[in-house]
Write a protein that binds this ligand. Structure first.
Ligand code: CP
Ligand code: NVA
Length: 306
């Protein structure tokens, strides 16, 4: 197993085992049977962008495992600006047992992990959001009882969350169809990897322009904000590109009757999704947010107790 969790590919073909273990961990926690295997361990959480779910779930997750988490806000470390990436990685590693990093750039994520002797967890960058994708498929498994063979329709931007879901669906034998506007397709390297993995797992990956076609017979409909953190200056142009891409009742009527809706949050109600969909009984958004906690505890446990 890799030292770090920077990409869904770092869990690879073990991803579904990790998800099953996270589901078991959640049950143990709810039944008051969970232990504190990380007593005495510390995590440094470096944030270059805002957060609700990621901060709360990592900090509480580390506490529930018996360890300690230290929050470092965007104003503090300033990786690569106030101090060289290499120096941040090595100094932090003298204090903590694991680093969680929310970054602007995947290049800097990889550089930091390359220098840090301790494991690094990607808590979102411009390429991936692997903790989110693991929590998302954990939620799908809880709701549907399986992953292999299910159809997930992604409606929206070919962004970090989409990239991680492409890999996660590929490794678990799911069929992912992403409807994205022209020019906003997922990363080409991720697509090539996802296609290669899906060919071996029995899953499939398709990128199309027609959102109605994508949603037909879908088991899961997923979307995300049209304007990711750091892209605010291009907001008007992106809003124009997404004209007609709102997930609403008209669109979801094409999916299976028991489809589930997922969204990593924060949502922009009325833009990528309507209230009628996100507040419906099909919506799994709160389970998804809660599952960040348990999925990440499993990730931390695997990296530190291997
Ligand atoms: N989904 C997610 O990562 O949320 P935050 O940005 O609030 O952490
Ligand atoms: N794609 C979004 C996800 C937020 C959790 C972003 O990067 O801002």
């Amino acid at each position: 197993m890799n030292k770090d969790f920077l990409s869904i590919a770092d869990a690879g073909t073990e991803l579904e085992d990790w998800i099953d273990a996270a589901i078991a961990l959640k049950r143990e926690y709810k039944e008051g049977r969970a232990g504190t295997p990380l007593a005495g361990k510390a995590m440094g959480m470096i944030f270059e962008k805002p957060s609700l779910r990621t901060r709360v779930s990592f900090e509480l997750g580390m506490h529930q495992l018996g360890g300690h988490a230290l929050y470092l806000s965007p104003n503090e470390i300033q990786v690569g600006k106030r101090e060289a990436v290499k120096d941040v990685a090595n100094v932090m590693s003298r204090f903590v047992d694991v680093i969680m990093y929310r970054a602007f750039s995947n290049d800097i994520m990889v550089e930091l992990a390359g220098h840090a002797p301790v494991p690094v967890i990607n808590a979102l960058d411009d390429l991936e959001h692997p903790c989110q994708a693991m929590a998302d498929l954990m939620t799908v498994k809880e709701w549907k009882g399986r992953l292999g063979g299910l159809k997930l329709a992604w409606i929206g931007d070919g962004n970090n969350v989409c990239n991680s879901l492409l890999l996660a669906c590929a490794y678990t034998g799911m069929h992912m169809v992403a409807a994205v506007p022209e020019g906003l397709e997922p990363d080409q390297g991720i697509l090539a990897k996802a296609n290669e993995v899906a060919a071996a797992s029995g899953g499939s990956i398709n990128i199309i322009g027609d959102l109605r076609e994508a949603v037909v017979d879908a088991d899961i409909i997923a979307t995300d904000t049209w304007v990711s953190m750091g892209e605010e200056s291009g907001r008007d142009e992106k809003l124009r590109a997404f004209d007609g891409f709102t997930v609403n009742d008209d669109l979801t009527s094409l999916a299976k009757d028991d489809f589930m809706f997922i969204h990593c949050l924060p949502a922009h109600r009325g833009e990528e999704v309507t209230d009628e969909v996100i507040d419906s009984s099909h919506s799994a958004i709160l389970d998804e947010a809660e599952n960040r906690l348990h999925a990440q505890k499993e990730i931390i446990r695997r990296l530190l107790l291997k």
